[in-house]
Design a protein. Structure first.
Length: 365
């Protein structure tokens, strides 16, 4: 927030108080004089912040009544606040993309294309499942690659076709019925949970099974021996450091952005953040070949390339399976195999995995 004008920082702080419910509809805001003293600024700066919030439909000012959080119009169930929240998030994304070098015309064209694709989903006929094969798309994971290699022997020669396209990419492919199951590890900071909020957003109204592959250790991948002594996320902001990022939509990138946001930082504050890799192995390869100093990835990738590894968190990697596919014999065989003690032992032996919950099942209704 340090580069933002002070009036925008004030507006953002008030906006967050409203969205978190700390300022309820109808609640009175501090006077301009009080806010000016609190922020150590001129009354004009506060007035400009309040004017921006009025324009966004968050607050209203009336002579003699002060400034209050806007009441939701009857029957609209907070639509003004919802619209303001959406607008704020979109503006943040636009600023990030402009900073990354994209032009407004490019953003407009890409947004139009994305909206058209999602509109098409709502009228797309349901394709038939492909007999004799399971189709997977989702986040890159060594255990999933290991499962795909061995699955034909588990279920009578049925292949498991794998495409590593990122967590969000996998859920979108599942929504388009291009695959039978997806793999994701998407952290939602608001609910402090993995996967469920994203499944509900991208597969609304559907009953969906979440089958645990494993909990895996995520951390900093460094050059062997970690000579730069990189130990925390804040170390990634050091000047002169070469950081290799993940592509938009990757679960690892979404988790990292959430952690940076908590610290008041932004992804673009990381040196060379625009350098992107598509998989954990690609991140590790960049570092192993001396093209980067550090990245965020799974322990298994660090082991495979002989890199240093500094653990940061343990994340939940799950297979996402719609109810219409759950009863397929191939899916049932996969679920039973994952719950097998020997399968858990072999996945744990890959390194960087905790398999106590492997094969566990939960449902999103």
């Amino acid at each position: 927030m340090g580069d933002e004008p002070l009036y925008e920082q004030i507006a953002a702080a008030v906006r967050q108080d409203i969205l978190r419910g700390e300022l309820a509809p109808g609640a009175r805001l501090p006077s301009v004089r009080e806010m000016a003293q609190r922020w150590r600024c001129t009354p004009g700066t506060v007035q400009r912040a309040y004017a921006e919030l009025v324009a966004q439909g968050m607050i209203e000012s009336r002579p003699g009544q002060g400034t209050r959080v806007l009441q939701s119009p009857p029957g609209q169930d907070g639509s003004a606040l919802r619209l303001a929240t959406l607008l704020h998030r979109l503006e943040g994304f636009v600023l990030e993309m402009l900073h990354a070098g994209y032009a407004l015309a490019e953003l407009e064209a890409a947004s139009r294309l994305a909206l058209d694709r999602w509109r098409a989903l709502s009228i797309m006929p349901t394709p038939l499942e492909v007999a004799g094969v399971l189709r997977f798309a989702g986040s890159h994971d060594h255990a999933v690659a290991w499962i795909a290699e061995r699955f034909p022997a588990v279920k009578g020669g049925v292949p498991l076709e794998v495409r590593f396209v990122g967590s969000l990419g996998g859920l979108m492919a599942l929504a388009r019925r291009e695959v039978d199951l997806a793999g994701c590890h998407l952290w939602d900071d608001e609910s402090a949970t993995y996967n469920v909020p994203f499944v509900r957003h991208l597969l609304p109204g559907k009953r969906v099974a979440l089958l645990t592959v494993a909990h895996r250790r995520l951390g900093l991948l460094t050059t062997p021996g970690n000579p730069l002594n990189l130990m925390t996320i804040t170390d990634l902001t050091r000047p002169g450091l070469c950081f290799v990022n993940r592509q938009p939509g990757a679960g690892t990138r979404i988790w990292l952005e959430a952690q940076l946001h908590r610290m008041g930082l932004h992804l673009r504050e990381l040196p060379q953040y625009e350098v992107e890799a598509q998989t954990h192995s690609e991140v590790a390869r960049w570092i192993a070949e001396g093209l980067a100093d550090v990245g965020v990835g799974i322990e298994g990738a660090a082991r495979a390339f002989g890199l240093g590894f500094v653990p940061l968190t343990t994340e939940c990697y799950e297979l996402v399976i719609p109810n219409y596919a759950w009863q397929r014999p191939e899916i049932q065989a996969l679920a039973a195999w994952l719950a097998n003690v020997e399968t858990r032992r072999e996945i744990a032996a890959l390194g960087g995995y905790e398999t106590q919950a492997t094969g566990a099942l939960r449902w999103v209704e």
